[in-house]
Design a protein around this ligand. Structure first.
Ligand code: ATP
Ligand code: MG
Length: 336
């Protein structure tokens, strides 16, 4: 072999370890998002990853941000908006949050009344006319609550891609909204004076409103800072070996880069084994061949990712025992 051959040979890098062990080893990780297209295995993966994390980290919280929650279904245990210990685990907790439940005005404690004084409804209307701001605020509030708790790591089982990306783009949404409010504050400041006397003065009035927005802005920025720090945050993409999923994964990875969110793991779920394939014309053979085509495309496109293949089982992965056993697929390489 000549020198140039040796060089080109040496330039071939070993593929990255095809498991999620790197996530378990990264002790400082605080926020782990698990996301992808609908139905590919996000909930299964996030439950299994949380189970594995509970063995190496002190206290783990699994949060579903999908309005169609399915943590309860996967663990076969009813969860709510407050963290609850998962049966059979000392240090694993789960909760299902509704990231679109609260309104912009905030409302007075105890509900019912609007957060802004009467006569300032138009500000409320203005706020709610900004797409995503409701979710920004309620997600922000959840983050604030979670930050005050003593979890060493938080795993998010997210909604299908579009919804999740909207959630992750919220800091930008918030900045834009605040620019508008800052403008409005200057512009309407003098007008609001007399209006707030109609009942909107004090904490519910103009000042209360703008300082609340400012508080939230600070908090959203703190969250963004954490989310764009790869030492603290990573996004695990889940997909299946099919065209639409490959396409959506690529879009997701590009968007994550744009939002400055680290991502270096892809779980390719529901991979078939050709074992038991009887004939070249059988359905299994055709599906295996199709999957292999897309798996090679994932391998070509994502050389710098940990590409974790997990098998399609004959049965759904529901209940603690099945989740525990499936979680082993995330730490040992699977070659169909
Ligand atoms: N590898 C697998 N083998 C067998 N069944 C699986 C596998 N992965 C997931 N499932 C089953 O497929 C269904 C969908 O999986 P899961 O709920 O994890 O997907 P999801 O991406 O969270 O879906 P959604 O977008 O609806 O939230 C579940 O019933 C789950 O048990
Ligand atoms: Mg799910």
């Amino acid at each position: 072999m000549g020198d140039s051959d040796t060089e080109s040979f040496a330039s071939f890098e070993e593929p990255l370890d095809p498991t999620l062990q790197n996530v378990l080893d990264q002790n400082g990780l605080k926020w782990i998002f698990v996301g992808g297209k609908g139905g590919v295995g996000k909930t299964t993966t996030s439950c299994c990853l949380s189970i594995l994390l509970s063995k190496v980290r002190e206290k783990v919280l699994l949060i579903s941000t999908d309005p169609a929650h399915n943590l309860s279904d996967a663990f076969q245990q009813k969860f709510s908006g407050e963290p609850q210990q998962v049966n059979g685990f000392e240090n694993l907790f789960a909760m299902e949050v509704d990231a679109s439940a609260k309104s912009v005005g905030g409302g007075a404690p105890g509900g019912g009344e609007p957060g802004l004084g009467e006569g300032l409804d138009f500000l409320n209307d203005m706020a709610s006319s900004i797409p995503g701001i409701d979710e920004a605020m309620s997600f922000g509030e959840v983050m604030k609550e979670v930050e005050q708790m003593d979890y060493s790591v938080v795993v998010f089982d997210t909604a299908p891609t579009g919804h999740t990306l909207r959630l992750l783009s919220l800091p930008q949404v918030f900045d834009k909204a605040l620019e508008k409010f800052a403008g409005a504050n200057g512009l309407f400041g003098s007008l609001l004076g007399p209006l707030s006397m109609l009942g909107g003065g004090g904490p519910g009035g103009e000042d209360g409103f703008f300082s609340k927005i400012e508080d939230l802005r600070r908090m959203v920025h703190r969250v963004k800072e954490q989310f764009s720090d790869p030492e603290l945050t990573t996004f695990v993409c889940v997909c299946i070996p099919e065209f639409l999923s490959l396409y959506e994964t690529e879009r997701l990875i590009q968007d994550l880069a744009e939002y400055d969110i680290d991502s270096h793991n892809i779980v390719v779920n529901q991979v078939l084994s050709s074992e038991g394939c009887c004939h070249e014309t059988c359905l299994l053979h055709a599906r295996v061949k199709m999957q292999q085509k897309y798996i090679s495309q994932y391998e070509d496109l994502y050389e710098d990712f940990h590409l974790v293949k997990t098998p399609l089982l004959a049965e759904e992965v529901r209940g603690i025992d099945k989740l525990r056993s499936f979680s082993e697929n995330l730490t040992k390489p699977y070659e169909p």
